[in-house]
Design a protein around this ligand. Structure first.
Ligand SMILES: [Zn+2]
Length: 288
């Protein structure tokens, strides 16, 4: 679609006649000269992400295998849930990380190393995702994923994805999408009994979806009665209109304008680093 486009829906029978012939009009909207007011915007957002497989020699952990099948699943999960036209995934050479990976602080040390790499990349918008097998016990505060809250800076375009030993591929893809949501400046939405509480600005009760979801790649439908937003810890998840709009607004502010130096409010810590969300279902999320 192009900006300014409008839609008019006419129901017709098999012979091409508008239906119903009498009673309520089969045309929406019912005045021909008043097209539906659907706001549309340029659909040119492309998500660029570099995946960095991480080997952990101190633990004897090989880097995860980023097979074509796995990459396709991640690609599809991101493309179908985010307001972007395309997702470009690239795989960097394996990164041998000399540190341990058994505490949250050790996870964050890896995050800092990835951030340094990101800052050396001149691309205005490219997410750097370090991916490793969580093959050793990590204390309960460790994250299955660690996201950096997007604040418009390159420094906030980093995340960790810790593949859990028994996790399904679907769960791992959910964690990836969730962390990317943080990179787009999104906070958690409510999961009853788990992280946080109801947020007054979230439009639906119980943290459920605020509208029906449709996976344009698979055709699968997600009903608001039993599906949560992917920024929640509850599952199953899909994209709420609330999160979709938030990511879209962030993307328009920072992805489209990345080369144009558009200014926007930025969130910074005293250390000059974006806040981090350590995400682990069942554990409280803490910021630093
Ligand atoms: Zn999170």
């Amino acid at each position: 679609m192009v900006p300014g486009a409008a839609l008019r829906v006419v129901l017709r029978d098999a012979e091409g006649e508008p239906k119903p012939a009498e009673g309520a009009p089969a045309v929406l909207p019912s005045w021909d000269d008043h097209p539906l007011a659907l706001p549309v915007a340029p659909g040119d957002l492309v998500l660029d992400m570099k995946l960095i497989p991480v080997e952990l020699p101190l633990h004897g952990c090989d880097a995860p295998i980023l097979s074509e099948e796995r990459l396709q699943r991640w690609h599809d999960a991101l493309l179908s849930r985010l307001p972007v036209r395309a997702v470009n995934l690239s795989v960097a050479p394996t990164f041998v990380w000399p540190g341990q990976m058994q505490t949250e602080q050790q996870q964050l040390a890896l995050m800092e190393a990835v951030r340094e790499r990101r800052l050396q990349d001149p691309a205005p918008f490219r997410l750097y995702a370090a991916v490793y097998e969580q093959c050793v016990y990590c204390t309960p505060d460790c994250g299955t994923g660690v996201g950096s809250f997007g604040d418009g800076t390159k420094a906030s375009q980093v995340l960790l994805l810790a593949i859990q030993p028994d996790a399904s591929e679907a769960f791992t893809a959910y964690i990836l999408v969730h962390e990317v949501g943080h990179n787009f400046g999104r906070s958690h939405t409510w999961c009853p009994g788990m992280v946080g509480g109801p947020r007054p600005e979230y439009p639906a009760a119980q943290g459920l979806l605020d509208a029906m979801g449709l996976d344009i790649l698979s055709g699968e439908e997600y009903l608001p009665e039993d599906t949560y937003d992917f920024m929640s810890y509850c599952r199953p998840t899909w994209t709420s209109g609330f999160t979709w709009r938030g990511i879209f607004e962030y993307a328009r502010a920072y992805m489209v304008a990345a080369g144009a130096q558009r200014t926007a409010p930025r969130r910074r810590t005293d250390l000059g680093k974006p806040p981090v969300a350590v995400c682990s279902a069942g554990n409280p999320v803490r910021l630093e």
